[in-house]
Design a binder for this molecule. Structure first.
Ligand SMILES: O=C(O)COP(=O)(O)O
Ligand SMILES: [Mg+2]
Length: 227
């Protein structure tokens, strides 16, 4: 399908990690503080970049497996990880270029906005606030807000229900195949950003309605404006 026009859309659902904020540094620091506390070796940025996307529980389980940690350590690791992540949340992260301008254009075009991330909501809310992005969003949901996470369509279906919008008129904006598969299953159009985390695979190989290098460029395309 071609990318919809603003006039076709009621709302946009926007992913957080890798789409609005480059949070790789936060993940690396919080994981390595956790591993150090458990006397385990650390992980590097490449591992984290390839593993982020399916929620923090998955990231932590994969990290323990990667460094040879016993799966029985998971509960202690999760408690330590939450403590460390909340203490550094946003300090090693930056909003990507074009995000603020792009979100402002989406709002100016009359779209309602919800943030939907696989990150726990208690991590997502303070991050959105710390980066000055919370004011754009009517609703925010995390990986623990619903029974299943992206790539399952359930979180998108439920977010559309909460917004009261038609999925076919609700654009998913994300950075990974988790976002694209969830959108497809929910019947939402989807646009993908090229700079995020897609498990080490090229984003343009993931089926979508459009691929962009910046959210403001996506917003111009929704208005069919040049540039
Ligand atoms: O926390 C993750 O694994 C990824 O979060 P995201 O859904 O905002 O990309
Ligand atoms: Mg993402």
């Amino acid at each position: 399908m071609p990318l919809p026009l603003f006039s076709d859309l009621q709302a946009a659902i926007v992913d957080l990690d890798g789409t609005m904020v480059d949070t790789q540094g936060d993940f690396v620091v919080a994981l390595n503080l956790t591993l150090a506390e458990l006397a385990l070796p650390g992980v590097d940025r490449v591992f984290v970049e390839r593993t982020v996307g399916k929620g923090s529980e998955h990231l932590l389980r994969s990290t323990l497996a990667q460094v040879g940690g016993d799966a029985a350590l998971y509960d202690a690791a999760w408690a330590a990880y939450q403590r460390h992540y909340l203490a550094i949340n946003g300090q090693h992260s930056d909003v990507y270029p074009g995000v603020v301008e792009g979100l402002a254009r989406l709002r100016a075009a009359g779209l309602r906005l919800a943030c939907l991330t696989n990150k726990p909501l208690d991590f997502a809310r303070p991050l959105l606030a710390a980066k000055g992005l919370d004011g754009f969003f009517e609703l925010a949901f995390g990986g623990d807000s619903f029974a299943r996470k992206k790539p399952d369509p359930m979180p998108l279906v439920e977010t559309c229900r909460a917004l009261g919008t038609d999925p076919a008129r609700t654009l998913m904006i994300g950075d990974s195949r988790n976002d694209a598969e969830a959108a497809r299953g929910a019947g939402c159009p989807v646009a993908l950003l090229s700079y995020g985390y897609n498990h080490g695979e090229p984003i343009r190989a993931v089926p979508a309605d459009g691929w962009f290098d910046r959210i403001d460029a996506l917003a111009r395309q929704l208005g069919r404006l040049p540039g």
